[in-house]
Ligand binder design. Structure first.
Ligand SMILES: C[S@@+](CC[C@H](N)C(=O)[O-])C[C@H]1O[C@@H](n2cnc3c(N)ncnc32)[C@H](O)[C@@H]1O
Length: 280
């Protein structure tokens, strides 16, 4: 059953295309967060892991290499097809993938030592219901750990576009309301603590992390700028502008990024995220 119909449509449609086409580039871009997340959880060989909103499966496969089993769950069939293909190519036999709305899916109860997620828990209509559902899937004493974005202002890779768009129209709410859904839905540590506490989780720890990302994993200036312009959040922002204003905004973003280009490497931009962990 899908409670999050709008998210399901987006992640099976427009949002999925860029991820499917550039899965490896997304992995490189997000590698600092994968390292932080897996570094925090310290997986052990007997662990059974559930990776929620696993997308193209990089974190599921990384977990499967360290743990007994890993199940990647995602609402997007096209992304999971990539994930399953990657696991097959890498001869990973202890990873499985399931199309599931994590808010409502009937995961096996008390079956997972660990639930992880890399930017996959901000898209629920009812976040309280979703976290309670994930708690049910954890073994007693099991852990949940995830990364989630802080606000737009500390995420240069969005704010550089946000500033250019704001010259022409007011910026939309990008999921800044408690509970979301949207990429900034869990940006507030106090609200997230209350949410996890309300779902029956304990030992809640929230650590701000601010790695830089290499846009699109690096490349030429044109490749890097193009990658940013095609990302879902950026397309959404630019799509609010009339053609002339859009062209002006793109020009101003390109100008700013050109100054940041490191020859032969790419464009490094600042981020702000939260590394959250809790226990059942
Ligand atoms: C920003 S992407 C992150 C993907 C992946 N974890 C990564 O790091 O590349 C968010 C993911 O959450 C998934 N998602 C959104 N809503 C979901 C839901 N209700 N249940 C399960 N997955 C969901 C999307 O399909 C998408 O793959």
């Amino acid at each position: 059953m899908t409670a999050n119909r709008q998210q399901s449509e987006a992640w099976n449609g427009s949002e999925s295309v860029h991820y499917v086409d550039h899965a490896d580039r997304y992995d490189l871009q997000l590698a600092p967060f994968t390292d932080a997340l897996l570094g925090r959880v310290q997986l052990e060989q007997q662990d059974s892991v559930l990776d929620v909103g696993c997308g193209c499966g990089a974190t599921t496969i990384a977990a499967a290499r360290r743990a007994r089993t890993a199940l990647g769950a995602d609402i997007s069939a096209p992304l999971l097809e990539v994930a399953a293909g990657r696991a097959f190519s890498a001869s990973i036999h202890n990873a499985e993938f399931v199309v599931a709305d994590a808010q409502t899916h009937d995961f096996a109860h008390e079956a997972f030592d660990l639930v992880i997620s890399q930017f996959g828990l901000m898209f629920f209509d009812n976040a309280g219901t979703a976290f309670a559902n994930l708690r049910r899937a954890l073994t007693p004493g099991g852990r949940i750990a995830f990364v989630t974005w802080r606000g737009l202002e500390v995420n240069e890779w969005v704010s550089v576009v946000g500033r250019a768009v704001a010259q022409h129209v007011a910026l939309p709410d990008l999921g800044g309301q408690a509970g979301g859904p949207g990429m900034f839905a869990l940006k507030d540590p106090d609200e997230t603590t209350a949410l996890l506490d309300g779902a029956g989780l304990t030992q809640i720890e929230i650590e701000p992390i601010s790695p830089t990302i290499l846009l699109g994993g690096g490349g030429t200036l044109d490749e890097s700028v193009q990658f940013l312009l095609e990302m879902g959040i950026v397309r959404g922002l630019l799509g609010r502008l009339e053609p002339e204003a859009r062209a002006a905004a793109i020009e101003s973003v390109r100008g700013e990024l050109a100054q940041r280009y490191e020859s032969g490497v790419g464009i490094r931009l600042g981020t702000g995220a939260l590394l959250v962990s809790a226990r059942k």
